[in-house]
Design a protein around this ligand. Structure first.
Ligand code: G3P
Length: 218
């Protein structure tokens, strides 16, 4: 399963990429608004750092506007994936942009039927939001299970990109269900590193080592 960073923050992205665990980045208008500055310049810089798929979202709501904005975003860098919302206009824009050879990530997906529409329109990625479903007492991972089943049964090439991730269990469950990608805020990726037994074990190794060195020196 590929791991993407769900962030527009360059510093966070630059800190994680050298670890060799990051395959791409997703952004959305809320994340970009939080960063301030020139969104195009930020997207360009993220592409240079990550050298993998970087989703940049349109803000137009009519299909012609989405297509124009999508072409413009795709021109920023070869790594840009155009992100569009799952609306009727979004699906129409997905079809046009995909036919032109642009990769499209269809976002704000909350049902298997929506995911099916995105795949039919030629989306490269479909982004179901697990956390926002969990927030309203609906099992987000059950949506992933259903989409995996549908895409496998019909051999859709569209990749399932699990979004709205809130904790490491979402990452583990996404991987177990066979999702293609999981996009995570940096704090969730950071949380995956931590285990108290790792800290205790390392402290003990180093302590034993120091003791042995001291004994050797007499
Ligand atoms: O980028 C889309 C998605 O990951 C948003 O997550 O936490 O705002 O529900 P969240």
């Amino acid at each position: 399963m590929k791991l993407f960073i769900d962030s527009g923050n360059l510093r966070d992205i630059e800190a994680l990429v050298p670890l060799g665990i990051i395959d791409g980045v997703t952004t959305n208008p809320s994340l970009m608004a939080k960063e301030g500055g020139d969104p195009r310049a930020i997207i360009k810089r993220i592409c240079e750092v990550v050298k993998g798929p970087v989703s940049a979202e349109v803000v137009a709501t009519d299909w012609e506007g989405m297509v124009a904005e999508g072409r413009d975003l795709a021109a920023i860098d070869e790594h840009v994936v155009v992100k569009v919302p799952l609306t009727r206009d979004g699906i129409r824009a997905t079809k046009v942009l995909s036919d032109e050879g642009h990769r499209v990530n269809v976002t704000l997906v909350f049902s298997p039927a929506q995911a099916l529409l995105a795949a039919k329109a030629g989306a490269a990625y479909v982004s179901p939001f697990v956390g926002r479903l969990d927030d309203i007492a609906t099992d987000g991972m059950d949506l992933i299970r259903q989409i995996v089943e549908i895409f496998d049964a019909h051999e859709f090439a569209t990749e399932i990109l699990v979004a709205s991730v809130r904790h490491p269990i979402h990452i583990v469950e996404a991987a177990r269900l066979g999702a293609d990608v999981c996009t995570c805020p940096t704090k969730v990726i950071d949380a995956c590193f931590n285990h108290p037994l790792t800290d205790i074990g390392l402290a003990k190794f180093l302590q034993d080592w120091e003791k042995a060195q001291a004994a050797r020196k007499g």
